[in-house]
Design a protein around this ligand. Structure first.
Ligand code: B12
Ligand code: SF4
Length: 247
């Protein structure tokens, strides 16, 4: 369902958090935002207010803030910290939603820390989740398997992410994340990706990408004498699938 077709619901106040686990890397070359959070922001209709807190950049969490819900993303390396943040919010009576790779495969482990768990890709279930929050009927679990497969990926809304996050403009020594494709059609036995995305391989349209690059440059890039070109980090799972072209 596209955003244009969404039913009108009351505007929500949403906080999205990228937690940082104790063992997470110390690199200062981290991309400006987490792509899961970027996708959630881009999917959310404009009437809802969104704030992003990214612990990888040292953003402080205000546990006293008033939100309709707090959404926390998870990769295994950050999951324990994600649970800690979730527990702190729930002690204050704030509704917590956990999503992302780690909790999608560890639902029972995550359950005591959340009011709601989202398994799998969010694109086709997010409208339902927002509507259910607004109508006070949030379910404990939403699984992408119960929704149509995500055959199309959405463009990233850099302008809204810049407004929602605390990130300033950067020069070319700091990376701006972007994806051309999502998923991978292969099935390496050790890899989580095919299990997570159902081997679906999706590409962005070239004209959409061009627009995103222009907007990302406008909102996030500030050239300096030392570094006059932006650095885009490709966050694709597997960009080199086709031998004839790059994607
Ligand atoms: C790009 C990338 C990176 C970039 C991150 C760029 C960025 N700013 O996000 C960099 C290079 C920094 C990186 C680092 C690492 N990565 Co990495 N990375 C990836 C890659 C290739 C793509 C991730 C991505 O952007 N996906 C697109 C987003 C939109 O998808 P998503 O995160 O799954 O989010 C969707 C859903 O999960 C859901 N969702 C997610 N969160 C939430 C939250 C809520 C509330 C809701 C409702 C829904 C929801 O909705 C989103 C939209 O559908 C993945 C491969 C993969 N399959 O994910 C590996 C992957 C995530 N990385 C992995 C690893 C191991 C690492 C490192 C630990 C490596 C290391 N040893 O240092 C670090 C950890 C950094 C960290 N804190 O996460 C593993 C994680 C395995 C696991 N069990 O968690 C993966 C899966 C690779 C693999 N196949 O094994 N990585
Ligand atoms: S993303 Fe890489 S490791 Fe994972 S299934 Fe595809 S080719 Fe294999």
């Amino acid at each position: 369902m596209s955003n244009l077709e969404l039913p009108r619901i009351k505007p929500l106040k949403i906080l999205l958090i990228a937690p940082k686990g104790k063992k997470d890397s110390k690199s200062n070359q981290k991309p400006l935002f987490n792509m899961a959070v970027g996708v959630l922001v881009s999917l959310t209709p404009p009437e809802h207010h969104i704030e992003i807190v990214d612990e990888h950049f040292g953003d402080e969490i205000n546990y006293d803030g008033k939100y309709d819900f707090v959404g926390i993303t998870s990769r295994t390396i950050d999951a324990t910290r994600g649970y800690e943040v979730a527990d702190n919010f729930r002690k204050k009576g704030t509704t917590v939603m956990l999503g992302g790779l780690h909790v999608s495969f560890n639902t029972e482990e995550a359950r005591p820390h959340a009011d709601c768990i989202v398994c799998g890709e969010a694109e086709n279930l997010w409208a339902t989740v927002l509507e259910d929050v607004a109508l006070g009927r949030l379910k404990p679990l939403y699984d992408s398997k119960d929704f149509p497969p995500v055959t199309e990926i959405i463009p990233i809304d850099y302008e809204r992410i810049a407004k929602a996050s605390k990130r300033e403009k950067v020069d070319g020594t700091k990376s701006i994340p972007i994806y051309v494709t999502r998923g991978c059609p292969f099935e390496c036995s050790f890899c989580v990706t095919p299990n997570f995305t159902g081997k679906l391989y999706r590409s962005q349209k070239p004209e959409e990408l061009k627009k995103q690059i222009e907007i990302a440059k406008k909102v996030f890039f500030k050239p300096t004498r030392k570094s006059s070109k932006p650095w885009f980090m490709l966050t694709d799972e597997n960009l080199g699938v086709s031998k004839k072209k790059l994607w």
